[in-house]
Design a protein around this ligand. Sequence first.
Ligand code: NAD
Length: 308
Amino acid sequence: MFVATKIRIFCYLRSVILSGKELSDRLKAGMAREVATFPSRYGRVPHLAVLLVGDDPASVTYVRNKARASEKIGIRNTTITLPATTSEDELLGRIAALNDDPDVDGILVQLPLPPHIDELKAIKAIAREKDVDGFHPENVAALWRRRTEPEENPQYCVPCTPRGIIRLIKEAGVRIEGRRAVVIGRSNIVGLPISKLLLNENATVTICHSRTVGLGEITREADILVVAIGDPEFIKGDMVKEGAVVIDVGINRRPDGTLCGDVDFKEVAPRASVITPVPGGVGPMTICMLMENTIDCFINRENSKLER
Ligand code: NAD
């Protein structure tokens, strides 16, 4: 059943196209209303600090978009831009200062970092309760722990892209429980965490990767297919089961400069029951979930002040 009033649904032949843009706009409007109540309730608004090392053009754009989204919602954003030559020690010192700053609720280190800086060291240096990306090893471990209480309130952030994918699927009314989910890609940022989130929703999950043998046979069994490879239009129509839900995480640039996903939309859309477009699908949900994670960290920190 699709909640047509919540997400506008576009029809492409027989498939439903899920607009992450539209859902994220609606969620952000709700967050803006919530944040507007914080000054009277808590005396301040959430504060997100973003550290950017170097001037990689894609990273500069991502960081700018995060600042814009924060501004629209009323979240305070501090972007700290450091030169590519910044030493690992200096970056760790900056992170430590943000950890100690009581006015900072969320810390994000924009990846990738220059090669002379150990990414894992930087991620580990972020205080767990301010880790809005959910990449800290303790937060990763918390995600992978078997949860016996479904309503248990996680006091940690789940990575933004997987959180956005689950939200998108659920808001569209797609049933996950008991269904066969196939995830292609096993990265720490997308493939692994989305696999665990689907498992949490009681899907039966298969993870595929670059060494998988007989990929098409496995993908053709998927009721829900999540593709996070980074290879333009790699998934063709004959790799997808009739009626599958297809979530395309890939963001690739074609030689002509236009964007495309990892799924060949023209071939796959007529077979899928539900499909996300690129652009306008998973992408907008990622920043939206970063905003939710920042608000969650803020509320958790404010609540822990009350408990003291
Ligand atoms: P990654 O390079 O870390 O991982 C890619 C994964 O794909 C690997 O696990 C690899 O084993 C697998 N893979 C590669 N070629 C394959 C093949 N031929 N068959 C099967 N598996 C194969 O990438 P990532 O960080 O997970 O990102 C994947 C894609 O998602 C990229 O296009 C990236 O830009 C995009 N992305 C989008 C968002 C968003 O907000 N929409 C967020 C993160 C990443």
